[in-house]
Write a protein that binds this ligand. Sequence first.
Ligand SMILES: Nc1ncnc2c1ncn2[C@@H]1O[C@H](COP(=O)(O)OP(=O)(O)O[C@H]2O[C@H](CO)[C@@H](O)[C@H](O)[C@H]2O)[C@@H](O)[C@H]1O
Length: 479
Amino acid sequence: MEILSVASEVFPLIKTGGLADVAGALPLALKPHGIRMRTLLPGYPIVLQKIGKATRIGGFDNLFGHPASILAVDHHGLDILVLDAPALFDRDGGPYVDKAGLDYPDNFRRFAALSLAAAEIAGGLLPDWTPDLVHVHDWQAALTPVYMRFGPASGMPTVLTIHNIAFQGQFGPTVFPELALPPEAFTVDYVEYYGDVGFLKGGLQAATAITTVSPSYAQEILTPEFGMGLEGLLAARLSGLKGIVNGIDADIWDPRTDPNIAAPYSADKMKRRAENKLALSKRFGFDAAPGPIFSVVSRLTWQKGMDVLAEAIDDIVENGGKLAVLGSGDPVLENAFLSAAARHPGRVGIVVGYDEPLSHLLQAGSDAILIPSRFEPCGLTQLYGLRYGCVPVVARTGGLADTIIDANEAALAARVATGFQFSPVTADGLRLALRRVFALYKEPKAWARLQAQGMKSDVSWDKSAERYAALYSGLLVKG
Ligand SMILES: Nc1ncnc2c1ncn2[C@@H]1O[C@H](COP(=O)(O)OP(=O)(O)O[C@H]2O[C@H](CO)[C@@H](O)[C@H](O)[C@H]2O)[C@@H](O)[C@H]1O
C-alpha cells in the first residue's frame, strides 16, 4: 500500500510540538505492515539544510504565483518529499511565526500551497508515483482533501488526523479568491465557516475518514466544551470518526541507549538513574536536599494548565519538592515561573526555550512529570515519562486519561498503577494530587513498583500502527 502523508512538521527535520513526533514516527511503524508512507512537508530553510542533497522529482511553474519543486530524499529511513517553494517557506523565523512571534500574514497561502501540492501529487503530478490513499495532519494540511475533491484524485480515500482542534486555520473571506478553489467550495459543505474560510473545517467535511489521537478525545470533541465550534459537524460525521492513541519512537526514547542523558539505565538496572537526577540537579542549580524533583516539558500555555501549576509551586517547595521547567510560550506564564525560580533558589528552575536534548534529561532525571492540561488530545510527554520511570502526574482528560492508570488504592493493590490522575484542573485539584505523590514517594518500595509498572507499559506504536493499517485497508476496500 502506498500512502502520501502531509504535515507541516516532521521529526527530526523540524519540530515545534507533538505533531512532528507523530508524523516522523508513524511511517516507520507502518513499514512492517507492508505500507510505504511518503511524507510531504514544506521546505523551510532548516529542512533543506538537514536533508542535504535531494532529487527533484517534479514541480510547478506557478504555485500561487511562484515556481516550486518537489524534492525526494531518504532521511534516516523516512521517505521524505519536500515542497521547495522559497517564496513561501524561505523565512527567518519559525514554521508559522516570524522572529517577533507573529503569524506570517500569508500563512493561508503557504499552507494552501502545501495542500494543493499534495492534491496534485495524488492526481498524478509525479511521473513515477501516485499514492493509493492520502493521510493529512492538522489544519495546515487540511485543504488537501478539499483540493482533491475538485481535481483528478476525487475518488481517492483521505484521512484527516486532528492533533489539536484548538488550531483551526480560520481566515477572513477575502482569502477565498486566492485559494484557487471553485466557487462552490465556499459553501457550508466545504470551507465556509461562519462567513470565514476554515481550513480544518473544510478538511473535516471533505476527508473520507477523520481520526484524532486518543479515544477519549474523540468523544470529548463531540461536546461544546471541547469541540471548539466543530462539535456539530463532527457529530454529523460520527461514523467516520475514530480515536487512535499515539505511540512513541521507542528507539529515540530509550533510557538504555539515549545519548542525551548522563547515564544509561533500564527497569532492571535503576541504580544509575540517580546519576541523571544528579546531572539534572546540577543543570538547574538545585541544592542537595533530598525530595522528589518534578519536571515540566511543555508549551507554557493555558491549554497545558501552566497557570494552575504556577499557583501550586509554593506547595511543592514547602513539601520538600523541587521543580524543573523547560518550555516557552505565554510571556505572563514564563514570568510566573521565572519569579518562582527567583523566590525559591536551589528549588525551582526554568529554562525558557526549546531544547530537545534537555527534554530527554528531564525525563531521565526527574521523579515525576507534571501535565495539568485543561485538554489534551493525546499527550506524548507522559508516554516518555512512563518509558523513563518518570512518574506522570496528569489531568484526567483526553489521551492523558487513556494512557495513565491512577495510583488509587485498588490499582496499587493490583499492581497496575502507572501514575497519578486528577480533576478538576484547579490549583486545589493539583495540590490534592501532589499530596498523594509526596505520600507515595516516602515509601520507596511502592514508588519503585509504580516506576516499574510504568516502564512495563506498552507505549510503542505497535498496536496503533495496526489500527491505522486496518483503517487504511478498510477505506481502500470501500473505495
Ligand atoms: N521546550 C521544549 N523543549 C524541548 N521539547 C519540547 C519542549 N516543549 C515541548 N517539547 C516536546 O514537544 C512535544 C510536545 O508533545 P505534546 O504531546 O505535548 O504535543 P502538542 O501539544 O505539541 O501537540 C498536539 O499533538 C500531539 C501529537 O498528536 C498530541 O499528543 C497533543 O495532545 C496535542 O496537543 C514532546 O515531544 C515534548 O517533549
